[in-house]
Design a protein around this ligand. Sequence first.
Ligand SMILES: NC(=O)c1ccc[n+]([C@@H]2O[C@H](COP(=O)([O-])OP(=O)(O)OC[C@H]3O[C@@H](n4cnc5c(N)ncnc54)[C@H](OP(=O)(O)O)[C@@H]3O)[C@@H](O)[C@H]2O)c1
Length: 324
Amino acid sequence: MTKAIRIHRTGGPEAMVWEGVEVPAPGPGEVLIRHTAVGVNFIDIYHRTGLYPTPLPTVLGLEGAGTVEAVGPEVSEFRPGDRVAYANPPMGAYAERRVMPAHRLVAIPSDIADDTAAAMMLKGMTAQYLLRRTYAVKPGDAVLIHAAAGGVGLILCQWAKHLGATVIGTVGSDAKAELARAHGCDHAIVYSREDFTARTRELTGGAGVAVVYDSVGAETFMGSLDCLRPLGMMVSFGNSSGKVPPFDIGMLSAKGSLMLARPTLMTYTARREDLVASAAELFEVVERGIVRIEVADRYPLAQAARAHADLESRKTTGSLVLMP
Ligand SMILES: NC(=O)c1ccc[n+]([C@@H]2O[C@H](COP(=O)([O-])OP(=O)(O)OC[C@H]3O[C@@H](n4cnc5c(N)ncnc54)[C@H](OP(=O)(O)O)[C@@H]3O)[C@@H](O)[C@H]2O)c1
């Protein structure tokens, strides 16, 4: 048995129950991990509310770091005592201990702490594929990043700046604007009081940006299309404010032959070689100090509901970590 945060029904944070769950012995190709830190991500809220349907009951969570306690048959890459991290299904990270397929794990470099690893794997590999693969940012590109002071946002800002972009970010408050600017954001727009579309046009001399990284969804999608230059790339990768409603694709031609992507990390790291390459690139930018990982808050694992309430009420910045 182990203690875990499980949901038996979808709903608010109160649906999250701290209870005992069975942990099987690791089977072929599997590893038993004792978590030392667990990452909190907005996707955990989508699973909890049912926006992304999942079979119930389920232990929440897709991201964790910890120590290998035991390995099953046919596992050659890891052994007991190794420090490992992951950021993908199967769900079940909000637990003291769990079993994971070995081929979904990466070793944590010795100079990266476990809580930093738990704070960066999912958000950082997302930033890696968005900036390097979905749209490869080039020096001189103007880019727009929504929720720039958030977990993914702060990593995107720093990395995009390093790639030579002019970084425009949107944020919900002046304090968040300051934080985004301290992490590579050249122009922070407080979109709760400023029209981010008009301001982005103004900041780019009317030209528009090469790419918009939009994780806010419903509230920003249409405005984001109007921030793009002709042939620009709209990357819709999240729904923090709700799902983007269906729309007429003819709008993409009318607004300048725009491209639209709706990517997910799960596709970009589905193959083991892509997972390893993405993690390696992330570890490199963190180890070189190009990207600082901000663990803004730590919560006891048993109080994960509090972390969810804070994240969805827009109170937080950077990454949140649960401590078992
Ligand atoms: N597709 C993928 O592969 C992938 C992978 C990772 C994450 N994501 C997405 O990226 C986004 C960021 O994830 P995260 O874990 O780093 O969270 P986060 O950005 O730290 O938190 C969400 C932020 O979104 C902004 N927001 C705007 N409208 C909101 C609303 N109505 N309710 C709540 N928040 C709102 C808030 O910032 P302001 O106050 O500054 O507006 C809030 O702090 C999420 O949408 C997530 O689903 C997608």
